[in-house]
Each structure stands twice: as C-alpha cells, then as structure tokens.
Design a protein around this ligand. Structure first.
Ligand code: PRX
Length: 655
C-alpha cells in the first residue's frame, strides 16, 4: 500500500511476497486442517462458543443462556457454574493423569522441580486452606508479587479454588506501582517472595514489597515464599513464611462453585492517563477461550507435546498461556525463572534440547535479541524437537520472522503470529498452523468466533489498506470492564467507533485479505513487549524536583521495538547536564520500574505545542527518529522544533 491515499487512516508501505503453506508432515497430524470450525462459527456465533464451552470445560452446573449482550457489557454462559482450579487440576487427576507432568520448572541457577498434576493439586489445596485461614473469603482480592517460581501458579490456582480474584503485579515493577495496584484492588493479602534470580544474582522482592506496604491499608497478611534465602524483614503478626503455613495446612479443600461471570482476576495495564486500568476477567468465558485458543492455535497434542511459553506470568500472556490455557488442556509445560543470557546466551536452546520442547511461544523482542547474538548460539544445540513456533506482544518484522523460522524452527516449523491484548484475554487473530498459509510478519486472519475489521477515521470498513483495528462481536474472554470504573471502560474502548471495540492498534489489509498489525495509534509505547504509557513516564519525570515539563515518545528501536525518548525542560534555576539526564533516567526506573527507564533524555527550553497547549508528539517522534518534520503549521512557535532537533542530535544515549 502506498502512502498516497489521502483517505487512509494510517499510511502503510510494507510489501511482503513470500508465503509458507503448512508443511505436509505437520498437516498429517494437525487438529485443524479444514474450515469446519470457521463454518460453524460463521453460521451460529453463540452455538459455536457454547459448543466449545461444553467440549473443553467441565461444568458443575450447565449454563442456560449463552450470551447476554448489552453493549459494551457482556455476560457469557449465564446460569453455569464451574471452578477454574477444578478444570485445571482435579478433572485431570480424576481421569488418571495425576502422574503427568504439569510443569518442568527450572530456576535460573539450574535447580529444577518436576511437578505432576497430582502434586500441583495437593499444593494448591493446601495453599487454598492457608488463604482461608488468613481470612480470605470468596470475592476478596489477593495481590501477588512474585518471581517465576512454581508457587506463583499455585497461588493463582489457590485463589481460583476459593473464589478470591487475584491481582498479579509483575515482579519488575517498583514499590510505588505495587502500592497503587494493591490500593486500587483493595487487596486483603499479599503473596510475595524474598527474591528471585535474575542475571546470575538474587534480586530482592520483599524489600520492595515492604516499601509498598507502608502505604497499603487494606493488606492484613503477607505470605512470603523463601526462594533466595536472603535476609528479609518479617513484621510480626503480618508476615508469614509460605513453607511454615503450608506444613500445617489441611490437605483437602473442595473447589468453590463459581458463577460463570464471577471475577477470576484483575490485571492492571497502562492507559493513556497516569492511572493504570484494572482489567477484569471472569470465569467461564475466559477459561473457554483460553482453552480453545491454546488447543487449536498451538495444535496441542496433549499426550506428546512439551510446550514452553517463555513470557512472565506477571503479564497476560503468562496468565492465559502459562497457567490457565495449558492446565485446562492438561498440557505439559516448561517454566523458566530467569534471563536468556545466564549463564550463557544459549540458555533457551539448552532448555529446549534438554526437555525436548516441541512448541515455543515468545516475543519478537526476544527473537531480535537472539538475532543480535548470532546463529552460533542456537546452532550449539539440537532443536529438532520443535515443531511449532509462536510470536506475541508486538508486530514481528519479516526479517525476525524468517530468522526464527530458519534458525530456531529448522526451516520447517510453522509460525503462529498471535495478536491479542490484556483486554481480549485470549488470542484473537492468528494463523491455524495446519490450515493457514502464512506470510512473514502477518498475523493473518481472525480466529473462528472472532469478528475483526479495519475501519477508517469515520468508522467505515476498509477492504484494502491501512486503518484502525476494531472488533465487531463480543467474545467469551473479553474484559468485563475496568475495575471500579464502568464509564472509563465505555469511553476507552467503545466510544471511538459506534458499536465497535477499538483495540488501539493500526492494521492494514493486503490484496489477499491478510491482516498486518501496525502498532499502537495512541500514546502507549511498546518497549520489549511491555506497554508503557507515555503519561506515566511523564508523570514520573515531572515528579523530580528539577523538572518543569516533559513529553515522552516511543521511537523505533531495532531491539526493543520502541525505545523511550524523553524531552525535558528543567526549572528556571537548574542547569542541565549529562549527570542530570542520568539522574532522571534512574528516577523513572525507581518510580515505575526499570523497563520504563528512558533510553535518551533530551533537554529543551520549550516543547512544541499547539495553540491550545497540546504537546505535538508527532513532531517529537519525527525528531526522535531523525525524520524530516511533517506539518508544522499548527505549531505555536516553529522555532522550538529546530532548537530541539539540534539538541537531540547531541544527546547521549544509553547502550
Ligand atoms: O499493540 C498490540 C501489541 O500489544 C498490545 C497488547 O499489549 P498487552 O495488553 O500488554 O498484551 C500483550 C500480549 C498479548 C496490542 O494492542 N501486540 C500484541 N500481539 C501482537 C501485537 N502487535 C502486533 N502483532 C502481534 N502479534
């Protein structure tokens, strides 16, 4: 598509001619090789999802209404009762698969734990009783702030077992972020660990939690898993060791019957204002769609596959595709605690070889990092067990897609580029690996049961070219709202285009009807697959006593997708310096977390603004990416930009 079409909401330039049909060998055993699922969904959307819900899950009581849709509020499988932990554990054990491995867990230092379904069920029941003994009742929120250790899925499933929604905060987030999220959810209990291992060292978590806990009045108890053995402060009466509580816990805890629409969890995601949004996911619809997508997108052969999703459970990818999807389907997964370069840059490939991983699901930012490290690293290992590769979190550029296929997938394994969001709960757009002819860099088509269309500024359907990606039908795992703020839910997702969910992403359709994701059209940056709101970083910068004003943009970056560039004006009496730039970068890391640390800080005397005082980010992005400036006619003072550009070319950058 050219940039010459004045109507196009988003200009697009990419052109990709290569196509890859599924290999015959793969098709021979694949779960989906024809269009029957699609035809069923097209013929009867509700009957299609009802069939999946009954086929994939075990219900304590069957539902009587499939869908109640009062836009933008959906209720799925009304009248149905089920328990998520029972679906993930008990029913597999009852069917004689208790000895099957649920997780091959590996710590970064090399310690391992093999956990069967029966063992997981046992630990989950005990911990569920621990939570009860700490006063957690059905409906109470439990916050979780943990490294990638087995006790994390245990804690999630224990919450699900007793009907207490969890709210997980990624272990890389700072104390302030943790406190904000605990307070928004008004959580009663926090589950954390002394620390975890990253890059060969023990990184503390409890010390961060302690800072947060000075400002979280709702928390009554804290449960601490001993992982690193480092010294931590334990507050008498409030803080308890996980292993001590577990040792005394009753081993039997029956699963609480839950309504299909009961809250399963909250997960906070950045928005365009500083306050993070508590995305709500409920029980029956969510589990149906994560089980459905995990089974068919990954072509799960539950008896033989060894599946590895290399995300962190702190993000939605881990919730849906390390914990709930794989366990609901009775899969065997690998779970890894640490970083890919410890002790060597071949750690992932070593893991894949040792466990015989057959399906790998990871982010383009990881793939681009591996590309930088070179082909010699994967070549040290036999990756012949891999039969399917997945990608998630940001657009995968065709070079990375080809490299992934060639050097990890042995030139054979199909790639599923899966588009979805925290809000969608489950994969929405993706190839079906035994059916779809793929193109490098395209997420291809909406899955059966999903309605997706690209529209222009006026909300008219685009058949060819760029525009806004919208979802046209309710789906079972859709967010049910923003915690405590139904109006913000409506405004954020359902107001831009009438009757449509607007995902915030640009997309284009090519001549063959393939979808290509073009990244976010709003002000949320995507750094290494992490969504970071420009507003949050700006708030953190302005929070520093020497800063007057700031504007933050995401600039294209070969490794992390986008890199954070901060334009900063200092207060009148302050002189700016390289040291101050460094201080500000650290300040943001402390306020929000290391992933939000700006790569570059550019000091300017003024920011480009419209006459109404709105900062013109588009121009700042042009400057940050070294492009010629677009239209500057609405600018209050055009001279400002030239000055900023001069400064930008001399600003020091982090490597
Ligand atoms: O911009 C899209 C991008 O990630 C956003 C969702 O981020 P988050 O809620 O953190 O969930 C990430 C994991 C699902 C989307 O709005 N995104 C995600 N997957 C893709 C993608 N962009 C392009 N292609 C994808 N496959």
């Amino acid at each position: 598509m050219g940039g010459d079409d004045k109507q196009a909401a988003i200009d697009t330039y990419g052109l990709e001619e290569r196509t890859f049909p599924p290999p015959l060998e793969f098709v021979a055993n694949a779960l989906v090789t024809d269009r029957s699922l699609q035809e069923h969904a097209d013929a009867d959307h509700e009957d299609f999802w009802a069939t999946q819900a009954r086929e994939l899950l075990t219900w304590q009581r069957d539902f009587d209404t499939v869908l109640e849709w009062d836009l933008p509020f959906a209720k799925w499988f009304i009248g149905g009762q089920l328990n998520v932990s029972e679906n993930c554990l008990d029913r597999h054990v009852a069917a004689g698969r208790g000895d099957k491995v649920a997780y091959h867990w590996e710590g970064e230092p090399g310690d391992t734990r093999t956990i069967t379904y029966a063992e997981l069920l046992d630990e989950v029941q005990r911990f569920a009783n621990v939570l009860k003994s700490l006063g957690v009742r059905k409906g109470d929120r439990v916050n979780i702030y943990m490294p990638m250790i087995p006790e994390l899925p245990v804690a999630m499933l224990a919450c699900a077992r007793i009907g207490a929604p969890h709210s997980i905060v990624f272990g890389g987030f700072s104390s302030d972020s943790l406190a904000d999220r605990i307070n928004d959810a008004e959580a009663k209990v926090l589950v954390t660990a002394d620390g975890g291992y990253r890059r060969g060292a023990a990184a503390g978590l409890k010390p961060h939690a302690d800072v947060a806990l000075t400002n979280t009045p709702s928390i009554e108890h804290v449960v601490v898993v001993r992982r690193t053995g480092q010294d931590v402060d334990m507050t008498e009466g409030r803080d308890h060791w996980y292993h001590e509580l577990l040792a005394d816990a009753d081993p039997v805890c029956p699963p609480e019957p839950m309504e299909s629409e009961d809250l399963l969890y909250l997960l906070y995601t950045s928005g365009t204002t500083a306050k993070p949004k508590g995305i709500m996911h409920t029980t029956g619809g969510y589990l149906t769609q994560v089980a459905f997508t995990h089974k068919y997108v990954f072509d799960l052969q539950a008896d033989t596959d060894v599946y590895w999703c290399a995300a962190d459970i702190g993000w939605v990818t881990g919730h849906s595709y390390i914990v709930y999807g794989p366990l609901a389907n009775g899969a065997t997964s690998v779970m890894y605690e640490g970083t890919p370069d410890t002790p060597g840059r071949d750690r992932w490939w070593d893991i894949i070889e040792r466990y015989g991983v057959t399906i790998l699901y990871c982010a383009p930012t990881a793939i681009r990092t591996f590309m930088k490290w070179g082909t010699a690293e994967p070549a040290k290992h036999d990756l012949g067990s891999l039969r399917l590769l997945g990608s998630v979190g940001e657009p995968i550029n065709p070079e990375a897609w080809m490299w992934y296929r060639e050097h990890i997938g042995g030139g054979q394994a199909p790639i599923v580029d899966t588009w979805w969001q925290t809000e969608t709960g489950a994969i929405m757009i993706s190839p079906l690996p035994g059916l779809t002819v793929t193109k490098p860099g395209s997420a291809t088509f909406p899955l059966p049961g999903v309605g997706a269309e690209v529209v222009d500024d006026a909300g008219h359907k685009v058949e060819l070219g760029g525009g806004y990606l919208t979802l046209t039908k309710p789906w079972p795992s859709m967010l049910r709202g923003i915690y405590g703020d139904p109006e913000r839910y409506r405004d954020t997702y359902w107001s831009r285009f009438e009757g449509r969910y607007f995902a915030g992403d640009g997309a284009k359709l090519d001549d063959d009807g393939y979808l290509w994701l073009l990244g976010r059209v709003d002000d949320v940056m995507n750094v290494s697959g992490h969504r970071i709101s420009t507003t949050e970083v700006e708030s953190a910068l302005v929070d520093h006593p020497k800063v007057a004003e700031s504007a933050v943009v995401g600039a294209k970056d070969d490794t992390t997708g986008q890199a954070i560039v901060a334009f900063v004006t200092v207060k009148g009496d302050v002189t700016h310096s390289v040291e101050l730039g460094e201080e500000l970068r650290k300040h943001v890391a402390t306020k929000i977390g290391p992933t939000a640390r700006p790569k570059t800080v550019i000091f300017t005397d003024d920011l480009p603004k419209t006459r109404s005082g709105k900062i013109m980010r588009r121009l700042l992005r042009d400057v940050a990416e070294g492009r010629d400036l677009g239209d500057t006619t609405t600018l209050a003072d055009p001279a400002v930009v030239e000055e900023i550009r001069r400064r930008a070319t001399t600003a020091p950058q982090e490597e």
